[in-house]
Design a binder for this molecule. Structure first.
Ligand SMILES: [Zn+2]
Length: 323
């Protein structure tokens, strides 16, 4: 099972929360997998559609147990989607305006009739408990994450308004997020172990947090073991000396000419070396945006060192002239 589904399952199993949080989670789910139908005669129905039956059951419990409504649940098979099952929850009759009212979409007017005010839920998010629940609802409805063995990336696909809310919620929790447009939709994303494990913790997925940490530790250990296997102590000392010389060369170029004067490929290599003094050339080559092998990395480093050598000669010449 993918890491994303494990995290999702854990969140789906969480007990229902008190009403303020329950409404926040349901509001986010309404925005991501809900829709509003006008039935004529001023009547509505609210429909939730999801391919996940555990999620459908959670929404069902929220509506029935949490809000005392009577939703109907049925499963349809989409021939178009290769027989994929979709769970459809419907809230209609008297229950529909009641639900919309709780989600802040409907208000009573002066004549005492209920009128639709907004097309999206409008909920107070001043409490941190509610912000966490909103984030979780949005993740269950439209979020996903890449298996952490492959890289660290978590995202929420939504509309522009919701993206703004999500970014504010994340910002309040000091989790840095990014925003991009993809095929007419907004995508709020997180990068890096820390941001993702913080967000999982915030959404209540404690086991998923542990798993992220485990992967992080496994990777560090693996990197250390690989380094130890690749070189005996003598070699690693030599590697460190080589790395120190490279850093010295790069700093000289940076001071005398600026790294921006290097061709882009060399610039990237130089900056990487400054950031990771402990990596071997082979590892540096792998860390490039377009990875190269050991000899490719060594070639780039030689060209960098040649530039530094040229600078050293210039400095020596100048000193001779002045001397
Ligand atoms: Zn709350």
């Amino acid at each position: 099972m993918s890491f994303s589904s494990l995290a999702r399952e854990e969140m789906i199993r969480l007990p229902l929360e008190r009403e303020c949080c329950l409404l926040s989670e349901l509001g986010a789910l309404t925005q991501t997998c809900g829709s509003l139908s006008f039935l004529g005669g001023g009547r509505f129905s609210v429909t939730y559609e999801t391919g996940s039956s555990p999620l459908a059951r959670r929404i069902f419990r929220m509506l029935k147990t949490g809000l005392s409504l009577s939703p109907s649940l049925h499963v349809v098979e989409h021939a178009r989607l290769g027989g994929q099952k979709m769970c459809i929850l419907t809230v209609d009759g008297e229950d529909a305006p009641h639900l919309l009212n709780r989600l802040g979409m409907m208000r009573g007017n002066t004549e005492g009739t209920m009128v639709l005010r907004r097309m999206v839920p409008h909920l107070s998010m001043t409490r941190s408990c509610c912000r966490r629940s909103y984030l979780r609802g949005a993740f269950l409805g439209g979020g996903s994450m890449v298996n952490p063995e492959k890289g660290w990336h978590m995202e929420w696909v939504c509309d522009q308004t919701m993206a703004q809310t999500l970014q504010k919620v994340l910002e309040r929790a000091a989790i840095p997020s990014g925003l991009e447009e993809r095929r007419g939709q907004s995508v709020v994303y997180l990068k890096g172990t820390q941001a993702i494990s913080d967000a999982l913790a915030l959404m209540g997925a404690g086991n998923a947090v542990m798993e992220v940490e485990n992967v992080r530790i496994r990777r560090q250990v693996r990197a250390r073991v690989n380094r130890a296997a690749n070189c005996d102590e003598h070699n690693s000392e030599r590697m460190l000396n080589a790395s120190e010389k490279q850093v010295e060369a790069i700093k000289l170029i940076s001071i005398e000419r600026g790294l921006y004067t290097l061709p882009p490929a060399l610039q990237e290599m130089a900056r990487l070396r400054l950031e990771h003094t402990d990596l071997s050339l082979e590892e540096l080559g792998q860390a490039l945006k377009r990875p190269v092998g050991k000899s490719g990395a060594a070639g780039r480093m030689r060209r960098i060192e040649a530039v530094a050598e040229e600078i050293r000669r210039e400095i020596a010449e100048r000193q001779k002239e002045e001397g």
